[in-house]
Design a protein around this ligand. Sequence first.
Ligand code: FES
Length: 166
Amino acid sequence: MSERDHKVSRRQFLTYTLTGVGGFMAAGMLMPMARFALDPALKAGAESDFIYVCEKSDLTEEPQKFSFKFDQIDAWYESEVQHDAYIFIKDGEVTALSPKCTHLGCTVAFGTNAEHPDRFFCPCHFGQFTKDGINIEGTPPQRPLDVYDVMEEDGKIYVGQINQRT
Ligand code: FES
């Protein structure tokens, strides 16, 4: 094969160079966008980590409010957020309820309504839930309070992600 066969014409050189530089620039622009879009999905597993909340011996059959903190990452912003859970134990089974009303998202509290001290009460539109978090018919919420995944280890209670009940 002669040296002449390997020669690259000026037109080919410009085509290769511009294609290479153009591709490099396009990748530089698209990679951050792709990372921004995919990163939260890839980190979804991290949010399902369990967080220590209390000792099992602290629990009673009556729902009690416990607060816990964890680091939340929104894109590049990291902050410490606090969440609450109403936790109780019944027949050895631990249940952790979200205090977020399933009507429009206000915060419910247990035992604050003098007429129904054994229920969760939502002050926004007077929604009510039983001790187990089941919505009371005739009040605005149409489904039970959400529940946290619960893990018990060495007498300690941890909560994970929130799940909807039907
Ligand atoms: S937000 Fe709770 S009843 Fe409406």
